[in-house]
Ligand binder design. Sequence first.
Ligand SMILES: [Zn+2]
Length: 109
Amino acid sequence: MTEPDPGQPGMDHLDGNMLAGPLAEVFAVDLTTATGRCASCGRTGPVAGLRVYAHAPGVVARCPACEAVMLRLVRTPTNAWLDLRGAAYLRVPMPAEPLMAPGLAPPVM
Ligand SMILES: [Zn+2]
C-alpha cells in the first residue's frame, strides 16, 4: 500500500487546470471597475482611481494615498506580465449567478 502523494491531485484538491474557467471569467471583465486594496497602506478604492504612469516600460499604477506601486503591466510581443504584488486583493464586481457547488455543471437553460 502506498501513501497518497500530497503533490498529486486527488480527493482533497484539483490541479490548476480547473482555474481556467473561473480566471477567464474574472479576466474578461473591465478590471477598472474592480476595487483594490493597497498592500502597503491598506487604502481601498477603485482601480480607476489609481495613479498610472505609462512612460515606464509598460504601465505602473500607484496608490493615490501612499504612492506604493500596486500594479505593473508589461506587454512584450509574445507575453503579458502582470505584477499585482502591491495589491492585497482586487474585488471584481460580477453579474449575479445562482450559487452552486464547485465542480457542478450550470443548469441547462
Ligand atoms: Zn497605499
